[in-house]
Design a protein around this ligand. Structure first.
Ligand code: ADP
Length: 319
């Protein structure tokens, strides 16, 4: 193999740059030329593709976001659009591509592999919602951001007998909320996995106020479950706490990646290049029990979500 491409696609995540750098440096050091494909599959179709040098991926390991840009291109599901992308790659002699993104991006990578361009997926998303890997690139950084924000909210909540309702990202995966809940000592976590019974949560808050005499309470709720502002108003109306909602939003997607994310991205980037050098495609890189492994993309997309039962139990035992 002589030439590979690398792109970032879907929602961005801290650590994507560290992955781009690792792919580029490992490939160049193995005598393979590397091309950056800008704005995900859009740049592949439009031919926005430029060679990457060692220097160009210098001084990016500590930067959030992605220097290659990211985009969504729903039309990429259309085989005739992908045909154009394959032409653009062939024209430049690019034989294989590393795709850094979430499960949607993985589907695109699989479709391209089936058209003769070997692709390897790297899990770049803060949501930790790729079930074949224990951790995705960006999750640890987002967790740090959430924990820092919630710690600050707790300081001000306890001065005012307040209940802070914090909406956390995760796109239907409760990991960010659960991990943050344990790390921040939250009183209640609500995720797609716990389910949401509004009356039950309100009752627990009344108990925390009246029986446990708590001065403050933190409720972490995953996004896409309920309107947190409305819920905070109900807390004010029906419990002794004054409810305040905070939607952390896109700050969770930014920031300098943590050392763990940088190391994970580097390990995964190396693996992706090694697989392509062996002529392998249609697979994605995972970390399982601290080992870097690869699994078929089809398989990665069909692993059922872990229940995290032990961690939810632990959370309850810590309250
Ligand atoms: P993520 O990768 O973060 O899950 P998306 O679901 O938006 O983000 O997917 C990113 C991009 O991957 C889409 O905009 C599209 O270009 C491509 N993609 C998603 N699903 C498919 C599919 N079934 N076939 C081909 N390409 C796809």
């Amino acid at each position: 193999i002589k030439r590979i491409g690398v792109l970032t696609s879907g929602g961005d995540a801290p650590g994507m740059n560290a992955a781009i750098r690792a792919v580029t440096r490992v490939a160049l050091n193995s005598g393979i030329e590397v091309f950056g494909i800008y704005d995900g599959y859009r740049g592949m179709v439009d031919g926005h593709i430029e060679p990457l040098t060692r220097k160009e991926v210098g001084e990016v390991i500590d930067r959030g976001g992605t220097v290659l840009g990211s985009a969504r291109l729903p039309e990429f599901k259309d085989p005739s659009v992908r045909e154009k992308a394959v032409e653009q790659l062939k024209k430049r002699g690019i034989e294989a591509v590393v795709v850094i993104g979430g499960d949607g991006s993985y589907r695109g990578a699989l479709a391209l592999t089936e058209m003769g361009i070997n692709c390897i997926g790297l899990p770049g998303t803060i949501d930790n919602d790729i079930t074949s890997t224990d951790y995705t690139i960006g999750f640890d950084t987002a967790l740090h951001t959430v924990v820092e924000a919630v710690d600050k909210l707790r300081d001000t909540s306890s001065s005012h007998h307040r209940c802070s309702v914090v909406e956390v990202m995760g796109n239907r995966c409760g990991d960010l909320t659960l991990w943050a809940g344990i790390a921040c000592g939250a009183e209640i976590v609500v995720t797609a996995q716990t389910g949401f019974d509004e009356e039950e949560v309100l009752e627990r808050l009344r108990e925390l106020d009246l029986v446990r005499k708590k001065r403050h309470a933190i409720v972490l709720i995953s996004e896409k479950i309920t309107d947190v502002h409305q819920f905070a108003r109900k807390i004010t109306q029906t419990t002794g706490f004054s409810g305040r909602a905070t939607i952390l939003g896109h700050i969770q997607r930014g920031g300098s990646p943590t050392p763990s994310d940088r190391v994970l991205a580097s390990r995964m980037g190396e693996k992706a290049v090694d697989l392509l050098m062996q002529g392998i495609g249609g697979r994605c890189v995972c970390i399982q029990q601290n080992e870097i492994v690869d699994v078929a993309i089809e398989e990665a997309l069909s692993v059922p979500r872990e229940s995290r039962k032990q961690l939810y139990n632990l959370f309850e035992r810590l309250v």
